[in-house]
Design a protein around this ligand. Structure first.
Ligand code: PLP
Length: 400
């Protein structure tokens, strides 16, 4: 079902909306917090008459509350939520038909890449991968049947950016722009305001924020788009259950607080890694040395919580570091309050071919951190300890 704006005005500040949008007291009981409506069906007063709800695949009050909250956090009017980020990605691609063409960022999320190349291709939808940081290259790939441009900024795991506003301004007629805003979160980046038509989220990450629930969302300002996505949501039925909707909504209330803390910790860690002689490269849009730092300052209101780096000493040293931390847990996923470390080449991007990984610079010596909101001194010390415990071979050799 389609949910329009709630009475909580989008002129309110971010955290005020996060806490109150869609969160009206229960009309039946006055419950201040939206209840978990754990019901599949709703009793009707009469045949053909509902109180707005009939069956929970189609519409559920807990899910509706989450959808209104998320729409307002993105500065959007309509949101549909899904059982996972991938179900949301599939929801957005339900706007396509056989014969349509997608232009997509080369370094999009692996699951999205897989959906485009192995599922949509069988339905006669073609995709061209480009470097979306190059506006000219991006639109040079446009064809008469191009229907979607699929963006992810910052990208995973190398934190490359693309300029949403310029891409939107120069778009050919008839092309919709989708931005997967999972990495920045609506607190740091508002793609709809920059000219994107649709925002997609894996709410599993920052929006849920506690690594305890899988979910996704599609948000837009266009009624026709929203109706088609909501139709797909009901038709396919990959909806979040009421508990998942509740957990996501509860997490989203503290998104602003958490994002500030993630970014502060990530900045400190990026700076601390950049100072070490045994670290070859650090990737974080908040570093002045990041090649797109100026674009990041313009397009984002903060630089997020993901930091990637290449320790000197190659793949073997990186592997040893990844298993030597004691606060950072060795795990995939990101965006939770707890800090995680992973080896993209061996974990998140293992389904790519070695050639695809090489083309994207995702080599075996790369490590990605999802910086949590623990005490920053503990996080910096943990990484320093792990790096010290696994000295570079070259240095060892010169020392001995
Ligand atoms: C995790 C992720 C997804 C997929 O979300 P799931 O909730 O795991 O299905 C999509 N896009 C990005 C950028 C992600 O990080």
């Amino acid at each position: 079902m389609l949910n329009g704006k709630s009475h909580r005005s989008s002129s309110l500040g971010f955290s005020t909306r996060a806490i109150w949008s869609g969160q009206e007291a229960c009309p039946a009981t006055g419950a201040t917090i939206v209840p978990v409506y754990q019901t599949a069906t709703f009793t009707l007063p009469e045949i053909g008459v509902t109180k707005g709800f009939d069956y929970s695949r189609t519409v559920n009050p807990t899910r509706s509350a989450l959808e209104r909250q998320l729409a307002e956090l993105e500065g959007g009017t309509f949101a549909s939520t899904f059982a996972s980020g991938m179900a949301a990605v599939a929801g957005a691609t339900s706007l396509l038909s056989c014969g349509d063409h997608i232009i997509a960022a080369r370094d999009i999320y692996g699951g999205t890449h897989r959906l485009f190349t192995t599922v949509l291709s069988r339905y006669g939808i073609e995709v061209t991968f480009v470097d979306t940081s190059d506006v000219h290259e991006t639109w040079a790939a446009a064809r008469p049947n191009t229907r979607l441009l699929w963006l992810e900024t910052p990208s995973n795991p190398l934190l490359r950016l693309c300029d949403i506003e310029t891409l939107a301004r120069l778009r050919p007629a008839g092309v919709l722009i989708v931005a997967d805003n999972t990495f920045a979160s609506p607190f740091f980046q508002q793609p709809l305001a920059l000219g994107a038509d649709i925002v997609v989220h894996s709410t599993t990450k920052y929006i849920g924020g506690h690594s305890d629930v899988i979910g996704g969302a599609v948000i837009s300002n266009d009624r026709e788009i929203a109706e088609q996505v909501a139709f797909h949501q009901n038709c396919v039925g990959a909806v979040p259950g009421p508990w998942d909707a509740y957990l996501t909504m509860r997490g989203a209330k503290t998104l602003g607080l958490r994002m500030r803390a993630h970014a502060k910790n990530a900045q400190a860690i990026a700076e601390s890694l950049a100072e070490r002689e045994d670290v070859a490269e650090v990737y974080y849009p908040g570093l002045a040395t990041h090649p797109q730092h100026e674009l990041a300052k313009r397009q984002m209101s903060g630089f997020g919580g993901i930091v990637s780096f290449r320790p000197k000493g190659g793949a073997e040293r990186a592997r040893a570091i990844a298993t030597s931390t004691s606060v950072f847990a060795l795990a995939v996923s990101l965006g939770g309050v707890e800090s995680l470390i992973c080896s993209p080449a061996r974990m998140t991007h293992v389904s790519l071919t070695p050639q695809q990984r090489a083309d994207l610079d995702i080599t075996d010596d790369l490590l990605r951190l999802s910086v949590g909101i623990e005490e920053v001194e503990d996080l910096v010390a943990d990484l320093n300890c792990a790096l010290d415990a696994v000295p570079e071979l070259a240095r060892l050799r010169t020392a001995s």
